[in-house]
Design a protein around this ligand. Structure first.
Ligand code: KG4
Ligand code: ZN
Length: 333
């Protein structure tokens, strides 16, 4: 079964064709980064306008790259939640029209579930496993018992981890997008130049919840308080120290969740799963005996392949969506 997956929830306009849920025949990602750069953030109206202009070409290119015609598509899948509403509606409307014109099944997909599923395309894990979703909008630690059976164990109570990366980078003018800029700078910095405080939040009822606003504020407003007194206050050192703290806070929670749930497998996904320090910490967990799966870089950030691959699971179980389905900016389940 060849599924066309469409993703337009934020600033990537993507279409992919995935065969039988695992073979990526094409995965076209047209990024709007350069066009949002002057504003140092995604401008929602501009994003949806660009999706409207690009989506037809992006889908055509996905077909060409896969050496297929529209007649070879067996189903159409599209992200419909959560994300920027105007952007979601562009992909959703296009997908409905495309599926209707081809007379093939149509299905809507949850963006967060798709990020969590992305690692399964290349490195499938047996269920159950611990899921870690780290993106610009979400930070979630969960128990995954099946592609559609996810129990949230912990989440951020304020900023998402990617949001904290982006805000720190924006404040210091490190570059856009912020996460990538910090990752790049951190490679040349001293991660111990600033010893930012660890997580303060650790309640008995919500042991896996996390908070990033304290670390963000400390990095932006209280550099001197956490300075080692001798290292240079350089962008590289700020980036490396912030990144170390942000990732360590997460890994601490992940380790506790693995120990307390007894789960032996871990899968990570989302844009921040592209972070080189986080990836090295995940490798360390692997050396510690856990089975760890995380996506290749192209499948960490937003892409149509994860939408098509997860859609294949639903479609194989006979699940379809109705053309009356709408989009939602918020997490709905
Ligand atoms: O998954 P994604 O593409 O979109 C959302 O669903 O949010 O994630 C985007 C987030 C942004 O906050 C971006 O700064 C972050 O992922 N990101 C990174 C890296 N690459 C992307 N954060 C840290 N290190 C990276 N290498
Ligand atoms: Zn995303």
């Amino acid at each position: 079964m060849r599924v066309l997956g469409i993703e337009t929830s934020c600033d990537e306009c993507s279409a992919a064709i995935v065969e039988d849920g695992h073979t990526i025949l094409s995965n076209i990602i047209a990024t709007q980064i350069e066009l949002h750069k002057p504003y140092e953030g995604v401008v929602p109206e501009l994003a949806s306008r660009l999706h409207t202009q690009w989506i037809g070409t992006v889908v055509q290119t996905a077909l060409q790259k896969a050496n297929l015609s529209s007649d070879d598509i067996d189903a159409v899948a599209v992200t419909n939640r959560p994300g920027l509403l105007g952007s979601l509606l562009v992909g959703l409307s296009f997908a409905k029209g495309y599926a209707a014109s081809l007379g093939v099944p149509f299905i809507t997909i949850d963006h967060i579930r798709a990020h969590l599923y992305a690692s399964q395309i290349e490195h499938p894990l047996q269920y159950p496993y611990l899921g870690l979703l780290v993106s610009g909008g979400h930070t979630v630690i969960c128990r995954v018992d099946g592609y559609d059976a996810i129990e949230v164990l912990g989440t951020t109570i304020d900023d998402a981890i990617g949001e904290a990366f982006d805000k720190v980078a924006k404040h210091y003018g490190f570059g856009y997008p912020g996460g990538v800029a910090i990752d790049r700078l951190a490679k040349k910095g001293n991660p111990l130049a600033f010893l930012f405080p660890g997580p303060t939040l650790h309640t008995k009822d919500h042991p896996y919840d996390i908070s990033y606003s304290g670390l963000k504020t400390a990095t932006i407003n209280q550099l001197d308080t956490f300075w080692d007194g001798k290292s240079e206050k350089s962008p590289e050192n700020i980036a490396a120290s912030f990144q170390r703290s942000a990732v360590n806070m997460l890994i601490k929670r992940v380790k506790a969740a693995l120990e307390e749930t007894g789960l032996k497998r871990l899968s990570a996904g989302g844009g921040v799963a592209a972070n080189s320090y986080l990836r090295s910490e995940l490798e360390t967990l692997r050396l510690g005996g856990y089975e760890v799966s995380f996506p290749s870089l192209k499948l960490c950030t937003d892409n149509g392949a994860m939408i098509a691959a997860l859609a294949y699971r639903y479609l194989s179980d006979g699940i379809r969506s109705d053309f009356s389905e709408s989009a939602s900016a918020r997490v709905t389940a």
